[in-house]
Design a protein around this ligand. Sequence first.
Ligand code: GLN
Length: 194
Amino acid sequence: MTLPIGVLALQGDFREHAAALDRIGVSSLKVRTLQELESVSALIIPGGESTVIHKLSVAYGLFQPIKAKIKAGLPIFGTCAGLIMLSDEIIDGISGQETFGGLDVTVQRNAFGHQLDSFEVDLDFEGITDGQVHAAFIRAPLITRVGAAASVVAQLPNGGVVGVQQENLLGISFHPEVTGEDRIHALFAKLAKV
Ligand code: GLN
């Protein structure tokens, strides 16, 4: 029996991720405890607020265990705040803000000023060959440095990097889970061999 894909359910749009997995026929489990973390084959870290996800993961005793899972090779997909949580380095974090890390990148939080706080655009996505993906950006981070170990999977028309992959980790600045763009979840399920 295949284990479900976990969705970290501390804060943010975890329900939308569970619904996206449901639409592509992959079972999911909301993860709030260590026991639930041990019962999944992969993990999605949703969009929301990275400062809150950080604090709650510490409070729920999941911060160090998730770091250890990343090192051990658990496939993890982060969207927006989830990308921030997977990044080794952040710009414009709040005092004391920490991430799980794993992706050799720097992200800048809330990088798209007021007017562009939220916007939608169609993008090419590495590994998706049947047309561009529809990307919704909501107070999104921008990937400002891509280290040697990470590779770019999505860019804005102006070249800004908004998606990266590094071995077991996939991180994107936008929210396919809110626009019904399920092909990236399908790609992740393939990466996770679910
Ligand atoms: N700005 C949020 C943060 O820093 C991310 C926004 C989002 O996930 N839509 O965590």
